[in-house]
Write a protein that binds this ligand. Structure first.
Ligand code: ZN
Length: 196
């Protein structure tokens, strides 16, 4: 497989509803390590598999964005948000929409169930930045990006920048740096089959 890289909007993987992971292979463990490395390189605090072109229900988080803070690294496999409480608005950005920021309403507190990299099911209650980051990454697994969650008046202000991302990506496809949308979707379907 080609080296993983963070893909920008409107790469079709970012609009893909990802499928559950059925087993944790050594390959998957490597993928998770690469995702952390790519996230740190881009100075992010969270990264979903969709953002590296993989249609898997998986994301990684380190709220410190510091590669030395390995105890702050969290892997969420097949996550489900089981409880939500309250609403709070705050600014978000996304490694697949670099330099774009906007206010998004999220649940203030959430409870989440997920599997870790050892295949153990865990439950965690989160608030503040952790709750926001997890909801943002969980959205990626559904093919949802943060501007989709913005109130329209505010989102319209970002439309020109979003259109620039569109132009850039189409240019990259024309230069052969990315396959066509159709070919990418075929690859994503193929990768899903690998899940068993
Ligand atoms: Zn994002």
């Amino acid at each position: 497989m080609a080296a993983l890289q963070i893909v920008n909007y409107p790469h079709p993987a970012l609009r893909w509803k990802s499928k559950p992971i059925k087993s944790i292979s050594p390959e998957l463990v490597n993928t998770v390590r690469t995702m952390f490395d790519l996230m740190y390189e881009a100075r992010g605090i969270g990264l979903a598999a969709n953002q590296v072109g993989l249609p898997y229900r998986l994301f990684v988080i380190n709220l410190t964005a510091d590669p030395d803070e390995t105890e702050e690294e969290f892997v969420f496999i097949n996550p489900e948000i089981t409880k939500r409480k309250g609403t709070t608005e705050g600014e978000e950005g996304c490694l697949s929409l670099p330099q774009l920021y906007g206010d998004v309403k999220r649940s203030e507190e959430i409870t989440l169930e997920a599997y870790d990299l050892d295949g153990q099911l865990f439950e965690i209650a989160l608030d503040d930045l952790a709750a926001r980051a997890v909801q943002h990454e969980h959205d990626h697994l559904e093919g949802i990006m943060f501007p989709d969650r913005m109130v329209e008046d505010k989102r319209i202000e970002l439309d020109a920048q979003i259109a620039d991302f569109e132009v850039q990506f189409r240019n990259q496809q024309q230069r052969g740096e990315y396959p066509s949308d159709e070919e990418i979707r075929k690859e994503l379907s193929q990768l899903e089959l690998n899940l068993g």
